[in-house]
Design a protein around this ligand. Structure first.
Ligand SMILES: Nc1ncnc2c1ncn2[C@@H]1O[C@H](COP(=O)(O)OP(=O)(O)OP(=O)(O)O)[C@@H](O)[C@H]1O
Ligand SMILES: [Mg+2]
Length: 244
């Protein structure tokens, strides 16, 4: 059985003291698996990830990573724990070069693992030809698709145990989006656990081992991939409470 990495248990959270955006949200992510989180705009999907990462402290419930309670963690500790977050918006520093952006999160570990890092960096340059070509360019000068590749390369370099990925295909061409999904599959095949949020419900269902539907801040359906196949549109309508 796959190792349990992340356990979110009955988490309630929100941005204002008296308004809850999430109510008793529970989900799990296992090593080597993709856990999909789908839902309408404003359902609270990004808020789930922001709460896991410590940008919001849960008002109730617990978040555990490999058995350790990380509820309300300082976000800067995530990398050292082995958690990587690829946010919906860009996390790159636009005035730093691509190479500087890639190597920045590794600095604290670079001396200790210098050789491993170098080998991994060479692997990334091999896997992402665009990065090899553009590594001295300012990250902000790259196209949206190229910047997304840098985000994925940065995550791959960190070799986290868990990767939280929010709307990776948004704004990308279909070809570029497919490339991103292939990378996510590569991440999970390498043993990483992935929490994936994307508006492409069909693609998320196809590649997830476990699927959760979030509706108005509550998990309204969850199950394994086979539970979510068939007439996808009809089911998703029902899960989301759209009876039309
Ligand atoms: N920084 C914030 N301050 C106050 N309210 C916020 C903040 N960010 C999000 N919200 C609110 O929290 C709710 C959930 O937002 P969230 O961004 O988590 O939804 P989402 O499911 O990720 O939506 P989308 O599919 O559009 O990305 C929304 O009502 C939103 O307006
Ligand atoms: Mg969002």
């Amino acid at each position: 059985m796959s190792e349990l990495l992340l356990r979110v248990d009955k988490v309630t959270a929100g941005y204002a003291q008296d308004i809850d955006v999430l109510s008793e949200v529970s989900l799990c992510v296992k090593a080597g698996e993709v856990c999909g989180l789908i839902g309408l705009n404003g359902a609270g999907k990004s808020t789930v990830v922001k709460t896991i990462c410590g940008f919001l402290a849960p008002k109730a419930g617990t978040i555990e990573f490999m058995g350790e309670n990380i509820s309300g963690i300082d976000p800067h500790r995530l990398i050292d724990l082995g958690i990587c977050y690829i946010p919906q918006e860009s996390s790159l520093f636009p005035y730093l070069t691509v190479e500087e952006n890639l190597l920045l999160p590794l600095q604290s570990r670079a001396r200790k693992f210098a050789q491993v890092m170098r080998a991994r960096y060479e692997e990334v340059l091999e896997a992402f030809p665009v990065i090899r070509e553009k590594r001295q360019a300012q990250a902000g000068d790259l196209s949206g698709g190229q910047q997304k590749q840098v985000e994925f390369a940065k995550a791959w370099l960190q070799q986290p145990r868990l990767c939280l990925i929010d709307e990776p295909s948004i704004g990308l061409s279909p070809i570029m989006a497919e490339e991103v999904f292939v990378w996510i599959e590569k991440f999970s095949q390498s043993g990483m656990g992935v929490l994936l949020i994307d508006h492409n419900v069909r693609r998320v269902v196809r590649m997830s081992d476990q699927i959760n539907v979030l509706s108005l801040g509550r998990i309204t359906a969850s199950g394994q991939r086979q539970d979510f196949q068939g007439d996808l549109h009809e089911q998703v309508r029902q899960w989301l409470g759209l009876d039309f």
